[in-house]
Design a binder for this molecule. Structure first.
Ligand SMILES: Cc1ncc(COP(=O)(O)O)c(C=O)c1O
Length: 1011
């Protein structure tokens, strides 16, 4: 059946033929090919493919390919395909003779510039959807194509897959052989007879990843065109998709998910009907069987050919995976991708349940239709899924739920259907997705909280389908599934967390009448460790499960699972009024934000995050997915730290007012802050943001010096007030900026990586240049302001001796020195509590912000009593909220936590570890130009060329976005936007650092991060 009579011309012979017949001269390279022989020709007039076909095999075969290409060009689409090059004598092909006198057809095609899909890594869902769309459009155009050979008897024709059964004997492994045999049998009996009923047309039939040409990189990779029309055939159109799906699924952790992307794209271009979707899974499996059978045959012919064994590995793995998944689930997911109701049985069941709503007996008593039960919020942002700020502990959490129910005096507490939850932390809740290990979070049932021993009643007559008992933590404990009938179809109700005794008493197939008491709620010891409750779920399709079923689904498959498991309230009848108004879904927040919030309030990442909870160094989105926070320095001691929260709420309950009254907290906090600073820095002012604090610092400087002129560093950012935009080159020299005002003087960034001075004396040389700036300022200077480690400037550590020298020059000129510690203060740098201490320099004014209140809006200025006296010139200083008792209590709690949890030392240790890991990566990736920073304030500068230091800004943006996709948050900064910024909460630990470095390692290997 398989022929191997490829022509055998040498590269030199091919080049001679190209010259003689097509006038093409240049350089030839042999290309891999199966039956034909192909050469790439690089010529002065472009690139071409020279093709030599075995005419003996199929004489009209070249004509067929040429005609289809002509058809595609005539029916002009935006898609690209190679063009046939005419020979010197005007014909499209010539006959040439091989060494042994055999005759071959010689023809040439233009070269499609781009990369093959096989070389793309990673292949994003967007690219797969694009491919689907491409194939859908292609199939639409191919519909009108006619040629006698499109109906030929072709070896890879899936309809003839049964013929490959003769190779079954070459599969040595018994189990594998039987697997393939059974798939082929089921294909012959169930799929094949349906194929003729489906839409038929000509298809390309071999959209494998070596035939698909793409252009662009990273997120912008798009399909450019398709090559090799040698497999073209008239058959069921959906086979096009099946063949392409087989290839895109290969090697993916969730192949069905990847195929869903392909199908979604295809359906948008050429709508599929339900029957086509229903045969797809069977077609893919049959195609895989064909390929492993052919490999087995070839393996028998060439037992030493390792390549065959290696190449069949992927097909076997995929086959095994597909056979382990219920085909119905694939169909539901693919229907969902096409915008169809995923599970049609689910839709019918919903209709039936609605029609019979008044027929059902209560599952627990009293009847939920007659009382108002309390509906608990157990979602991601719930206040009762754990003590504030603690990782959710389900047992403790569910005890809190119970307390709440008792407190409210409700007879029953309700846990909601379709609620994303983060309490499911046991290992068995993890599922592989294509990008990351997803945790199942979406609750598919309704929880009914009642004490252990509460009887459970059947709402509908049915039979026991299956029973099980598990002692695994966070599992169902005692589980019963009842089977019911709507009259025309079967459906199921599931009861989880029953007592062990209940499930031991029941018998499979036992009839249970409506209203029968058939089970009791279990104790925590027998219900998976939860507080007693019933998990009640309705199931339209058991998907082959017996005695087990998911009660919680992955968010990525939410719609599909909700369709399979409709809302149990269709049976329970809890009044709508008991449920809270649902919060805005992510898409709608995004759309509405555009209208009601200023457009230049930016959103991070190309796929924005909808964050609803923070815990230590983690952020959780609305579906319960956890992200490792490597970039937020405001939650300095960790997101939602309980000690800070308690300090804030306790004080909030008692008093919050302004500083015109005496309060101990203001004084205590000021004294504690002063004590962290060197003398003579001991007078504090409190405000609410870093910008306000910097503005105040400028006022202090103006008042003290009587001057207005300010010296700033290039690329610096000091806040969003008008006074600060004016001294922030990052803004006034950026988009929308209007340049430096006359009283602002910019000094060189003391950058030893890409700046003017790089040697060991760089600090003093940069300081000298700055001194010249100062002396040339005609009106004297009020202040020099700079961060103690430059943040927006690109995470730049100041060179040794820089601040000391600069401060001396500034003071000599009568100015004051302002240290902006908004980003780097409070122990972040590890070695020292304040950034300026790393330079053995003492400023005159210190500005504090971001981490000071761990998210509570608290900022401040600390200065000398001398400067404070100058400022105290008769004009009152007052900030309504600045220094209020709540803020001061919060500020003190932050200081307490830094101290008690040893966070400065952690910043040093973890920071050193992370920096070393990043420096290790630098050795493998030339794109990493520099790794710098201190403690947990690090920067990774990406460059396209280590010599010219051309900034890799696009690559940096790609890297930050990809790391976000993989669950790790970092961002980019620097005037050239090419520095990865790392500044996590100080509770970041070594495992987190390892994960961050590993993720960066993964991303830097991807196309989008390569220059
Ligand atoms: C160094 C520096 N100073 C001042 C500010 C302004 O602080 P805020 O945004 O709290 O007004 C920022 C904010 O990013 C900053 O990075």
């Amino acid at each position: 059946m398989i022929e191997h009579t490829a022509p055998r011309f040498s590269v030199t012979e091919a080049l001679l033929l190209a010259k003689e017949h097509f006038g093409l001269d240049g350089h030839a390279t042999a290309l891999p090919s199966h039956l034909d022989q192909n050469f790439r020709l690089n010529t002065a007039s472009g690139r071409f493919v020279l093709k030599l076909a075995n005419t003996a095999a199929e004489s009209g075969y070249v004509d067929l390919q040429q005609d289809v290409l002509a058809h595609l060009h005539q029916n002009g689409t935006v898609q690209h395909f190679p063009e046939v090059v005419r020979a010197r004598n005007g014909v499209q092909k010539v006959i040439v003779e091989g060494r042994n006198g055999e005759r071959h057809q010689l023809w040439a095609l233009t070269w499609l510039e781009g990369r093959v899909l096989a070389d793309v890594s990673p292949v994003f869902g967007s690219l797969i959807r694009d491919l689907g769309g491409f194939l859908g459009r292609l199939d639409q155009v191919l519909r009108g194509f006619e040629h006698e050979l499109i109906h030929r008897d072709y070896v890879w024709d899936l309809r003839k897959a049964g013929r490959f059964a003769e190779y079954l004997e070459y599969i040595p492994d018994f189990e594998r052989r039987e697997l393939v045999r059974s798939i082929l049998e089921s294909f012959q009996s169930k799929i094949l007879p349906r194929l003729d009923e489906l839409p038929q047309s000509v298809i390309h039939h071999d959209a494998n990843d070596h035939n698909i040409i793409v252009q662009g990189t990273g997120y912008d990779t798009k399909v450019l065109g398709l090559i090799d029309f040698g497999d073209i055939l008239h058959t069921a159109t959906v086979v096009e998709l099946a063949v392409a799906a087989t290839y895109v699924m290969m090697g993916k952790p969730d192949p069905v998910g990847v195929a869903a992307e392909l199908i979604q794209g295809y359906h948008a271009a050429r709508p599929l009907n339900e029957s086509e979707i229903s045969v797809l899974y069977g077609l893919v499996k049959a195609r895989l069987c064909s390929s492993v059978l052919v490999s087995a045959y070839r393996g028998m012919l060439e037992p030493d050919n390792d390549y065959i064994r290696i190449s069949e590995k992927g097909a076997w793995a995929l086959l095994k995976h597909l056979c382990s998944e219920p085909s119905a689930m694939a169909e539901y997911r693919w229907r969902s991708a096409c915008g169809m109701e995923p599970c049609p049985k689910g839709r019918h069941l919903v209709t039936w349940l609605k029609q019979n709503a008044h027929e059902f007996a209560p599952v627990l008593r009293p009847d939920l239709r007659k009382i108002d039960p309390i509906v608990l919020d157990l979602g991601v942002s719930s206040l009762i899924i754990g003590p504030p700020g603690r990782q959710p502990d389900p047992r403790r959490a569910s005890e809190a739920w119970f307390r709440r129910i008792r407190r409210e005096g409700a007879a029953i507490g309700i846990g909601r259907y379709n609620e994303p939850r983060i309490v499911y932390t046991a290992e068995h809740y993890r599922v592989p997705s294509n990008e990351f290990d997803e945790t199942r979070t979406i609750h598919l049932g309704i929880d009914l909280f009642k004490p252990a021993g509460t009887p459970v009643y059947a709402p509908i007559t049915g039979r026991v389908h299956s029973l099980s008992f598990s002692r695994d933590p966070m599992d169902f404990g005692g589980l019963a599934i009842l089977e019911h009938s709507t009259g025309t179809s079967t459906f199921y109700t599931l009861y989880g967390h029953l007592s062990e005794h209940s499930v031991r008493e029941l018998r499979p197939k036992q009839q249970i009448l409506k209203g029968d008491r058939f089970a009791y709620l279990g104790e925590p010891e027998e219900n998976g460790g939860w507080v007693p409750h019933l998990h009640f779920q309705v199931i339209a399709d058991l998907l082959g499960n017996f005695g087990q079923y998911w009660g919680v689904a992955p968010a990525s498959q939410r719609e599909v699972w909700l369709s399979i498991c409709p809302d149990p309230n269709l049976i329970l009848g809890i009044p709508d009024r008991c449920f809270p108004v649902p919060v805005l879904p992510t898409k709608s927040i995004y759309a509405r934000r555009k209208h009601c919030i200023g457009g230049n309030l930016s959103i991070s990442y190309r796929t924005p995050l909808h964050i609803v909870r923070g815990y230590r160094q983690y952020l959780y989105d609305d579906t319960g997915r956890a992200f490792l926070d490597g970039v937020n320095n405001v939650p300095h001691v960790g997101h939602s730290h309980p000690r800070v929260n308690v300090a804030a709420t306790r004080q909030m309950h008692v008093l919050n007012t302004n500083t015109r009254y005496l309060h101990h907290a203001l004084v205590e906090y000021a004294e504690r802050l002063g004590a962290t600073m060197p003398d003579p820095l001991n007078v504090c002012y409190f405000v609410n943001s870093g910008s306000e604090a910097n503005d105040l610092a400028l006022r202090l400087a103006f008042a003290h010096t009587g001057c207005r002129d300010i010296v700033v560093l290039e690329g610096a950012y000091h806040g969003h007030l008008s006074s600060l935009i004016a001294i922030s080159p990052y803004k006034f020299d950026g988009p929308g900026g209007t340049g430096a005002p006359p009283y602002v003087h910019q000094a060189l960034v003391p950058d030893v990586y890409r700046g003017r001075f790089r040697g060991s004396d760089a600090g003093s040389r940069y300081a000298e240049v700055l001194q010249k700036k100062i002396t040339s300022a005609p009106n004297g200077i009020a202040a020099f302001i700079c961060e103690s480690l430059l943040g927006c400037g690109g995470q730049i550590e100041l060179p040794e001796g820089y601040l000391q020298a600069v401060y001396a020059h500034v003071r000599a000129a009568g100015g004051v020195c302002i240290a902006d510690e908004v980003q780097v203060g409070f122990g972040r740098l590890g070695s020292d509590f304040w950034g300026f201490e790393t330079q053995q320099a003492t400023p005159d004014i210190v500005v504090l912000g971001k981490p000071m209140g761990n998210g509570h809006p608290l900022a401040g200025v600390v200065t000398t009593s001398e400067i404070a006296a100058s400022f105290d010139n008769g004009m009152e200083f007052f900030s309504t909220f600045g220094g209020n008792p709540v803020s001061c209590m919060v500020g003190m709690a932050v200081l307490d936590v830094i101290e008690s949890e040893n966070l400065q030392e952690n910043a040093r240790k973890t920071g050193d570890f992370l920096k070393t890991s990043l420096q290790e990566l630098k050795k493998s990736y030339p794109i990493i130009g520099d790794v710098r920073g201190r403690g947990l304030f690090l920067g990774v500068e990406l460059v396209r060329d280590p010599e010219t230091l051309e900034p890799a800004d696009k690559e940096a943006a790609y890297t930050a976005n990809r790391m976000r996709d993989l669950g790790v948050l970092v961002s980019t900064d620097g005037p050239l936007h090419n520095v990865l910024k790392i500044k996590p909460p100080l509770v970041f630990n070594e495992a987190n650092a390892e994960r961050l470095a590993d993720t960066l390692n993964t991303v830097l290997q991807e196309d989008g991060a390569r220059c």
